[in-house]
Design a protein around this ligand. Structure first.
Ligand SMILES: [Mn+2]
Length: 380
């Protein structure tokens, strides 16, 4: 389906959509703005262009304050899969911003994936999902929302102002305001959607009120952050929601002179990892897959990627051992990649924040001698 125009793709989609059945639109678990806005655009398109009713069904939670604000203004209902009764007949599903079989989207037995819209590179590692009847996968596009915009535009559809605002926000966050790449299609989608968007809603999302717990997690993450030359790492022993992990990685990646950042955290029965790079061709997705291996699901893009490693039943020492192994596997690979930069990093670590881990401002500004493993692990 690679060389088809958006119009041809639309026609092909029309041929595989069941005429009367209700369709599920399924974004990846713990949907982010890109996944939600893409799902919203598809919901509108199925209805208006094909007369097909759909339900957006997600798993996991939406916790980041900005994302919750976006959901608050969503006019299409978002159905929590856990609260749905299984359908008696299998429901055709359109999977969005993820591919089935990657471990990043929950599809119950009673759903039958028929189509996918995604922009993630091939997951690789034998994690190829089932062949679908229709797919629109464009890894060169920065935001999945831009692909949905392309299809909507080919269908002659203009989103309502609230949805346009969500789509604009999705493209901004996914491309980090076009600093993290962004193709010609992303720019075209962004510039076309912006005049159609409720700018007030866009502002409300960006300036969403933050809960007090956010600040205490941020404080903890900064206190635990350590620098290894141009690599920054922080760990949170236990987080109440998954969304804080990529947020911390984003923050750390903005530290001057840092080229790679990652955050690790235990969340329920999983070790979560988010990595970021501000360098081109950082291949974060491949890097994290190599570091995590078969221990969990991992993947992502050039400059950002994430992994989730199941740890059910692991006691505290075993969890610590796993964390240490993942941390050193990531550091090793990042260190190799930052070697090309002037002033190659030494792998000695130092705390990010003066006064953190009981150090004074003066000793924190010096590099420590090579530290043992125990010392490199931040105290809780
Ligand atoms: Mn996406």
């Amino acid at each position: 389906m690679d060389n088809l125009s958006a119009t041809e793709r639309l026609e092909a989609l029309g041929r595989i959509l069941p005429p009367r059945a209700r369709v599920a639109i399924v974004p990846h678990d713990y949907p982010d703005p890109d996944a939600l806005a893409s799902a919203g655009g598809l919901h509108l398109m199925l209805e208006r262009r094909f007369g097909v009713h759909s339900r957006i069904v997600y798993s996991g939670a939406v916790e980041r304050a900005e994302n919750r604000e976006m959901v608050r203004h969503f006019r299409y209902r978002l159905w929590d899969l856990a609260a749905l009764r299984p359908a008696r007949r299998r429901v055709p599903a359109v999977v969005v911003d993820v591919r089935p079989g990657t471990g990043k989207v929950t599809l119950p037995d009673w759903m039958r994936p028929i189509a996918v819209v995604d922009h993630h590179p091939d997951p690789g590692g034998g994690r190829r999902g089932p062949a679908l009847e229709w797919s629109d996968v464009r890894p060169s596009v920065g935001a999945c929302t831009s692909i949905v915009y392309d299809l909507m535009a080919a269908a002659g559809l203009t989103p309502p102002t609230w949805l346009a605002a969500c789509m604009v926000y999705a493209i901004e966050t996914e491309t980090m305001d076009f600093t993290r790449g962004g193709s010609a299609l992303d720019r075209a989608a962004y510039l076309a959607l912006l005049p159609q968007a409720s700018l007030r809603l866009l502002g409300l999302i960006k300036h969403a009120p933050l809960p007090a717990a956010y600040f205490s997690l941020l404080q903890q993450a900064i206190a635990n952050a350590r620098l290894y030359g141009r690599v920054a790492w922080s760990h949170l022993p236990e987080v109440p929601h998954a969304d804080i992990v990529p947020e911390i990685a984003d923050r750390l990646a903005r530290l001057e002179r840092v080229s790679h950042a990652f955050c690790t955290a235990f969340h329920r029965d999983q070790l979560l990892v988010s990595i970021r790079s501000n360098r081109r061709n950082a291949a974060c997705g491949a890097l994290i897959r190599a570091a995590v291996g078969l221990r969990g699901s991992a993947g992502g893009h050039d400059r950002l990627a994430a992994a989730a490693i199941p740890v059910p039943g692991l006691d505290a020492p075993a969890r610590q051992e796993l964390l240490e192994s993942v941390r050193s596997a990531l550091l090793r690979r990042m260190e190799r990649r930052t070697r090309g930069i002037k002033r190659a990093p030494d792998m000695r670590s130092r705390p990010l924040a003066a006064g953190a881990a009981g150090l004074t401002a003066e000793s924190a500004s010096r590099s420590e001698p090579p530290a043992g493993r125990a010392q490199e692990t931040p105290s809780p």
